[in-house]
Write a protein that binds this ligand. Structure first.
Ligand code: F6P
Length: 335
């Protein structure tokens, strides 16, 4: 087996709190094994332009608690083309990189898969996305912090909702996954959660949303009422859903879109620890000759999953969690 001499690392796609902790762990582990490591800047853009910096102890000092990524991140249209992937392979060969570590989500790993068609070096993924939508790891880096941030925000919304006995629609991120929405709804005791897992078409949901609110008010009296909505669920967006509820059912609700606030902030300890473990695991896997895997954690065990297995095994919310939320907030028809 060829001796590992030079590694490269990059962060790509939506940044996630904890990415810095993963970079730190990877850099310090590489140094421990006397392997040189460089960081490409701005995701795959930096790879295409050979825009990079050397990484050592000094660069990763004092970053474990910082959100964002010291390497910057981006989405890269050029890297989606075959020409872009060939250019990336050229840069990696020119810089004598033996192994590329990609910290990112689904889109970033699609890019890694395409690159593997053009480049023979080792490619190792680390799951970094707030969405928690990657099979091969129970949690992705950034998910716990994003949930924590949304929970803190909704606790505050609850105070004002209580004071005015108002109904709120709070939209959380997650792309096409309901992990953030469901977790946040349970942790904030939200009365309803609208996610992709509810098996109802959006058009069928209006009646069920309205019935739930009506039954809740009949059972408990008028009080605050919070609906957590997964982004991209309602075709025209959560502001439109608020309008539809107001016009079709005369239900007055305040929409609130939490948005990118969920991507920032100091990572919670769960993300720092997960990121540190996976940063170390990625370097150890590289040393063991792993070629084309994502390092994750499944049932408290570090696990390597082949990158091309990831898109085939979609990750679904635990049925127990879904049923728990439903049964806690089941308000029966009030007669
Ligand atoms: O994948 C992370 C994520 O924050 C998603 O939850 C969201 O849909 C998307 O990225 C937003 O992307 P951008 O920051 O490019 O608008």
């Amino acid at each position: 087996m060829k001796k590992l001499q030079r590694l490269a690392i990059l962060t790509s796609g939506g940044d996630a709190p904890g990415m810095n902790a993963a970079i730190r762990a990877a850099v310090l582990t590489a140094k421990h094994h006397s392997i040189e490591i460089i960081g490409f800047l701005h995701g795959y853009n930096g790879l295409l332009k050979a825009d990079y910096q050397m990484l050592g102890e000094a660069q990763v000092q004092d970053i474990i608690h910082r959100g964002g990524t010291i390497l910057k991140s981006a989405r890269c249209a050029e890297f989606k083309t075959q020409q872009g992937q060939i250019q990336a392979a050229r840069v990696l060969d020119k810089l004598a990189i033996d192994c590329l570590i990609v910290i990112g989500g689904d889109g970033s790993f699609k890019g890694a898969r395409a690159l593997s068609q053009q480049w023979n070096g080792q490619i190792i993924g680390i799951p970094g996305t707030i969405d928690n939508d990657l099979a091969g790891s129970d949690n992705t880096i950034g998910f716990a912090t994003a949930v924590d941030t949304a929970v803190n925000a909704i606790d505050k919304i609850r105070d004002t909702a209580n004071a005015f006995e108002r109904i709120f629609l709070v939209e959380v991120m997650g792309r096409e996954s309901g992990y953030i929405a469901m977790s946040v709804a349970i942790a904030t005791a939200a009365e309803q959660v609208l996610t992709f897992e509810s098996h109802q078409l959006p058009s069928e949901q209006i009646d069920s949303i309205v019935n739930h609110i009506t039954n809740a008010q009949a059972n408990r009296g008028v009080s605050s009422y919070i609906i957590v909505v997964a982004e991209n669920l309602w075709p025209k967006g959560t502001l439109d859903l608020a309008n539809v509820l107001s016009q079709q059912a005369n239900i007055d609700c305040q929409p609130c879109i939490l948005g990118h606030i969920q991507r920032g902030g100091s990572p919670v300890y769960q993300d720092r620890i997960l990121a540190t473990k996976l940063g170390v695991a990625a370097i150890e896997a590289a040393l063991d000759g792993a070629h084309y895997v994502m390092m994750g954690e499944v049932s408290n065990t570090i696990t390597a999953t082949a990158l091309d297995k990831l898109p085939m095994s979609q990750k679904h919310i635990d049925e127990f969690m879904f049923n728990a939320q439903q049964s806690i907030f089941e308000f029966h028809d009030y007669k």
